[in-house]
Design a binder for this molecule. Structure first.
Ligand SMILES: *[C@@H]1O[C@H](CO)[C@@H](O)[C@H](O)[C@H]1NC(C)=O
Length: 362
């Protein structure tokens, strides 16, 4: 019987729980902390499908020795603006942070840094890396390929991952544009959440293993798949499919990582993932000056557009996530599904680490 309700956990406890699980699974402390930073950021920004609840996935990779918990990424090739990195099969966030640091360093020297990585694993939310560049004043871009989950328009079989794209652009006074989106209709995490809650999915998210549309999350997870962004062909799903392939080219093909259906199934542990990422940092001053001021003008004008429904506001990509982040900062706690927390307690027991300490049940 699934547990109902919402449980609150202090933000610091979420971080330390992830760290003790990942260290318990054999990783170095600094690697566990890097992963925890990414997952906590996801939860703080409201991407709850990519946060704490993903801990088990990384534990599984470490336990099966299919991802490494110690070591360093290696720069294989570089020019003043470009680097190719071998992630050395380390945890994705360790590879991602390293690569964006390299891109930032190159952007400081030349105006742009463009880094691709292979030999990596799930890197968490793409937004973590575009934000990493933006916090240093750069325009940041990050993308990754992933295990097959998406049916190309007209295809019966999963071929591409949810291949996300994130672009973060600074405006003045800490305002910004932060796009962070999958190129599938939804992320697999959202499907898992529906399953966890025992709910049907909205129409147009995914298909079953015969390629027929379904609203049952279990059918999507059982060898079915996701529609590309845009859904079916009639609603322009081929545009999402095109974007997914673009991400694949920039991540998998450029770097020499696995690509498309060569990437292992996302739950399998019989081979290394060898996924590819792409990170770009751009010094906007290399172009016309006043980028941040024009950004502010653009986003404020957009936000102030008259809405169809009175009392609503036009949002800028990232506004919702920022509001969620501020809410968490203020309360110091993050909300989770009670059943998900119960599953994490099982994980803690298996690893022999202290269970997650919760605040209260609503
Ligand atoms: C971008 O380049 C300009 C001009 O060279 C420099 O003044 C500025 O510090 C650079 N920006 C960042 C974020 O490094």
């Amino acid at each position: 019987m699934a547990q109902q309700g919402i449980i609150l956990v202090a933000k610091e406890e979420v971080h330390s729980f992830i760290v003790r699980c990942i260290v318990g699974a054999g990783a170095e402390l600094s690697h566990a902390e890097c992963l925890a930073d990414n997952l906590v950021l996801a939860d703080c920004r409201g991407h709850t499908t990519h946060g704490l609840l993903r801990t088990a996935l990384y534990v599984k990779d470490l336990k099966h020795d299919i991802a490494k918990g110690s070591g360093v990424p290696i720069i294989l090739k570089e020019t003043p603006a470009i680097a190719l990195v071998d992630g050395n099969n380390l945890l994705g966030p360790v590879v991602g942070r390293f690569c964006m640091d390299v891109a930032i360093r190159k952007a400081q020297e030349t105006g742009i840094g463009f880094v691709t990585a292979r030999g990596s694993n799930h890197f968490g939310i793409a937004g973590a890396y575009s934000l990493q560049a933006m916090k240093k004043g750069f325009l940041g871009i990050s993308m990754t390929n992933a295990s097959p989950a998406l049916m190309p328009t007209r295809a019966k079989k999963m071929f591409f991952g949810t291949n996300p794209i994130s672009v973060a652009a600074p405006a003045v006074n800490g305002d910004n544009f932060v796009l962070d989106m999958a190129t599938s209709a939804v992320s697999l995490g959202k499907v898992q959440v529906c399953k966890l809650k025992g709910e049907d999915m909205p129409d147009g998210w995914g298909v079953d293993k015969t390629g027929q549309d379904t609203t049952d999350p279990s059918e999507v997870l059982d060898d079915g798949g996701l529609h590309p962004l845009g859904g079916r062909e009639i609603t322009s799903g081929y545009k999402g499919y095109g974007l997914a392939m673009m991400v694949e080219i920039l991540c998998g093909i450029l770097s020499g990582a696995n690509y498309g259906p060569n990437i292992r199934h996302w739950t399998s542990t019989d081979q290394i993932a060898n996924v590819g990422h792409c990170f770009i940092a751009i010094n906007t001053s290399a172009f016309e000056s006043g980028f941040e001021e024009r950004m502010t003008d653009l986003i404020d004008t957009c936000r102030n557009l008259e809405t169809v429904e009175p009392g609503e506001t036009v949002l800028i990509p990232g506004d919702r996530a920022r509001a969620h982040y501020e809410k968490v900062e203020k309360s110091g706690a993050i909300e989770y599904n009670a059943e998900a927390i119960r599953q994490l307690d099982v994980l803690a027991k298996e690893l022999g680490v202290p269970m997650i300490c919760t605040m209260k049940q609503i």
